[in-house]
Design a protein around this ligand. Structure first.
Ligand code: HEC
Length: 184
């Protein structure tokens, strides 16, 4: 019964909250995209490679925060603290700051069943994000959460996400904590 309730919470959040944030994301993105296009036209011919790299690094930070606030914030909260007993924290989470091979899998396919995070056990279900988020989005949001709220883990690259996506392409169900523990 508890599991059923949690599943409903997840479904309701995914079904009701997501469309709202997707609409917000789209309108924000289109405004941003046209601004970017103008900026790109003005600078692409003259900017040095180093200047371009700086712009790219800044964009990755910005995009990660944006992906977080449209896709993750409803459950994991602005503070990254989650909701006790329901949504696990990302701040101080050993999954977030640990092995990228595991956390990328969590993002691509979701995670279900008992999972211990920062000393507390959660038993819910997170839907997969691999269908809605591109490799670059997953890399950006993971880079953001691995550096936010006092977390200090290394960035994740889109190439790494792409290689894990390819290696796990036959996966159709969310991971469980024991399965993830066995991932090398
Ligand atoms: C619908 C609510 C919901 C949304 C939206 C959501 N999550 Fe989760 N997330 C969960 C739940 C519930 C779990 C724990 C599942 C379990 O108990 O097995 C979880 C677990 C996790 C974990 C592993 C445990 C931990 O706390 O470190 C990570 C990492 C994570 N989510 C990251 C994200 C990121 C990044 C996003 C946005 C792309 C996101 N989640 C969006 C509900 C959500």
């Amino acid at each position: 019964m508890a599991a059923l309730t949690l599943a409903l919470v997840a479904l309701t959040s995914a079904g009701v909250l997501q469309p709202v944030s997707v609409v917000q994301a789209q309108s924000k993105t289109s405004a941003k995209t046209s601004a970017k296009k103008v900026a790109t036209k003005a600078t692409s011919k003259s900017a040095s490679p180093a200047a371009k790299a700086t712009v790219a690094a800044k964009e990755q930070l910005t995009d990660g925060k944006q992906v977080y606030s449209t896709t993750c914030v409803a459950c994991h909260q602005v503070t990254g603290e989650g909701t006790p007993g329901v949504f696990p924290p990302l701040a101080g989470s050993e999954w977030v700051s640990g092995d990228e091979a595991k956390v990328v899998r969590i993002l691509l396919h979701g995670v279900t069943g008992p999972i211990e995070v920062a000393g507390e056990t959660f038993n819910g279900m997170m839907p997969p994000w691999g269908g809605t988020l591109k490799d670059a989005d997953i890399a950006a949001v993971l880079t953001y959460v691995r550096g936010a709220w006092g977390n200090k883990a290394a960035p994740v690259t889109a190439a790494k996400v792409a290689s894990i996506r390819a290696a796990t392409s036959s996966r159709t169900t969310p991971w469980t904590a024991p399965e993830l523990a066995a991932v090398k």
